[in-house]
Design a protein around this ligand. Structure first.
Ligand code: SAH
Length: 209
């Protein structure tokens, strides 16, 4: 059930859904998605569904992980990326294969501890996890070549735009019941905002637990 064939089928489906960045597809073929979900759900790990990861949170469906990875992977520099909403670390692991260093922030302490152990078991050593409220980003480490948010903010997180390097992209879901994926790019003549597609993420919440 977690065979190479199941993963190959996931990649074929991603291609059919329009994912065409070969680096992203290759990394998604390498990272064992079943290692990020409860054993009882491992048989569903390569289906195009979101799954529970404990603490009332979910791992996003493969398509949306691929789509967001493709959007951030198109930036000119692949040095440092900030992720807000580590969750089980599946997206973090993909980013760790596409960027030199990933800084990822998660507000739920239990998830940070579990994910730290999981990433070290998977020999992923270039992701730095922090237990904090990520809504203000990490100004002390900015600028980032890209910023990816995996929880939906009620309004556009304009405060994070200043933490983008030139050519950098901020990819984020926005909205409450009606959410949309958006991208803000920092270009020499200013910022541009692109509205992408309808999405469904857990909400971005304040503080830490
Ligand atoms: N990308 C994740 C899915 C994350 S679900 C994965 O692959 O598993 C969204 C995560 O964002 C949840 O774990 C939630 O706790 C976290 N989150 C919500 N608000 C946050 C905030 N203000 N700061 C940091 N993390 C936050």
């Amino acid at each position: 059930m977690t065979s190479v064939r199941t993963r190959t089928r996931m990649l074929e489906r991603l291609r059919a859904q329009g994912i065409c960045d070969e680096a992203v597809l290759s990394v998604m073929g390498q990272i064992p998605r079943h290692a990020f979900v409860d054993e009882a759900l491992a048989h569903k790990a390569y289906d195009d569904v979101s799954l529970p990861i404990g603490f009332a949170q979910t791992i996003s469906q493969p398509y949306i992980v691929a789509r967001m990875s493709e959007l951030v992977n198109a930036v000119p520099q692949h040095g440092i990326i900030l992720e807000i909403g580590t969750g089980c670390g599946y997206q973090t692991s993909i980013l760790a294969k596409l960027f030199k260093t990933v800084h990822s922030i998660e507000r739920i302490g239990g998830l940070v501890r579990n994910t730290r152990d999981r990433l070290s078991e998977l020999q992923i050593h270039n992701a730095r996890l922090r237990h904090a409220d990520g809504s203000k980003g990490l100004p002390e480490l900015a600028p980032f070549d890209a910023i990816l948010i995996t929880a939906a903010a009620p309004i556009v997180p304009e405060n994070l735009m200043d933490q983008l390097a030139m050519g950098g992209r901020l990819v984020f879901p926005v909205g409450d019941s009606d959410q949309e994926l958006r991208m803000i790019e920092r270009l020499p003549d200013g910022f541009t905002e692109t509205r992408l597609e309808k999405v469904k993420f857990v909400p971005m919440l304040p503080g830490t637990v």
